[in-house]
Design a protein around this ligand. Structure first.
Ligand SMILES: Cc1cc2nc3c(=O)[nH]c(=O)nc-3n(C[C@H](O)[C@H](O)[C@H](O)COP(=O)(O)OP(=O)(O)OC[C@H]3O[C@@H](n4cnc5c(N)ncnc54)[C@H](O)[C@@H]3O)c2cc1C
Length: 305
């Protein structure tokens, strides 16, 4: 299997690394080794790789910036696919106030490009430290902005390596949900419709949201952002705070003192520490408030809670 994979990667100019520490590739700074990591630059290489994994029945996982991932201490017995090259490009359609954004482009780069061309609609998304593909997957959002408000279509690759286009309605975007949370598929690009605006005002809004993040979030410590989804009718951080759980610690994992909605890695947290801490938080919140909290980050290589 390994030899065939090496040969395929060399044929398609895919950069392949072995035994890659997931703690070095995720914002939580947690996770053991993945067997293989492939940086894929174009559709033909991706299609060949997906077909190969299917034929060999070899597990693969698509990783963006790893900013919403909790990776197992045992790592991942399979191939991590990371999009680069053609997937890091932005195509502007200025006559239509539209941008076709490669799935590997970061939200900050996409938002900055929109700003450069005086297009408004991405300001609130600009501080989210992920890629456009990862943002579509979870319908990422903040400060009243959400991917669902601007997406008109996307291109994705299915498990057999074929490319399809989905219109906005068929992407089924809702709170932290999309077509891709229910079906396998790799987002290749996302087309967004923006609105002409004033560049200074766009810039001011982006700055305001970044300042809010710096002020409210524990950005000095590794995390995966909000640890729990917003339960219907309340806010996870408010409930956790009400239950007096700020500062609760298991090993190196801690409910942030600054923002109760974040579990942070204070130094040497393991995935097991985070899962145990989250289990304690969920139990106490359920007992004291009746709300069920659901983990937001995607678990990689672990059975989870
Ligand atoms: C400090 C901090 C603040 C954050 N603030 C916010 C916030 O305000 N709002 C918010 O919504 N999120 C927030 N997040 C979480 C995270 O940044 C977002 O969910 C982001 O969209 C994840 O993108 P990513 O590229 O890092 O995806 P990853 O974490 O790499 O992957 C997440 C999931 O998306 C899938 N995925 C990634 N790329 C693709 C693709 N091309 N095709 C198909 N599936 C794909 C992965 O397989 C995985 O299941 C925050 C995280 C941190 C660390």
């Amino acid at each position: 299997m390994r030899e065939k994979l090496l040969e395929l990667c060399s044929r398609y100019a895919i950069r392949l690394a072995e035994h890659v520490r997931l703690s070095e590739r995720t914002t939580f700074r947690i996770g053991g080794d993945a067997d293989f990591w492939a940086d894929v630059n174009n559709v033909s290489g991706l299609s060949a790789l997906i077909r190969f994994c299917r034929e060999e029945q070899y597990p693969y996982f698509l990783m963006g910036r790893g900013s919403n991932i909790l990776a197992s201490d045992d790592g991942f017995r399979g191939l991590i696919i990371h999009l680069d090259g053609d997937f890091s490009q932005i195509e502007l359609m200025l006559d239509a106030d539209s941008m076709k954004i490669g799935a590997g482009v970061t939200l900050i780069k996409a938002a900055n490009t929109a700003k450069e061309f005086s297009l408004t609609g991405m300001e609130g998304l600009s501080g989210i430290p992920g890629t456009v593909g990862g943002a579509l997957f979870m319908n990422a959002g903040a400060y009243g902005y959400e991917m669902s408000q601007i997406v008109t279509s996307c291109e994705y690759m299915d498990e057999s390596g074929w490319v399809h286009t989905l219109k906005a309605d068929d992407i089924e975007l809702s709170y932290r949900h999309s077509f891709f949370t229910e079906h396998p598929g790799i987002v290749l690009s996302v087309t967004v419709l923006l609105t002409p605006g004033n560049q200074n005002e766009i810039n001011a809004r982006m700055q305001e949201f970044l300042n809010k993040r710096n002020e409210k979030q524990p950005l000095n410590l590794p995390s995966a952002g909000s640890t729990f989804k917003r339960p219907e009718g309340s806010y996870a951080s408010m409930l956790i705070d009400q239950c007096g759980l700020k500062g609760l610690t298991v090993g190196g994992a801690q409910v942030s003192e600054k923002h109760a909605g974040f579990v942070v890695n204070t130094g040497h947290a393991t995935c097991a520490d985070v899962l145990e801490l989250c289990a304690q938080v969920r139990k106490k919140v359920k007992a004291q408030t009746g709300y069920e909290l659901e983990l937001e980050p995607v678990l990689l290589g672990t059975e989870g809670m």
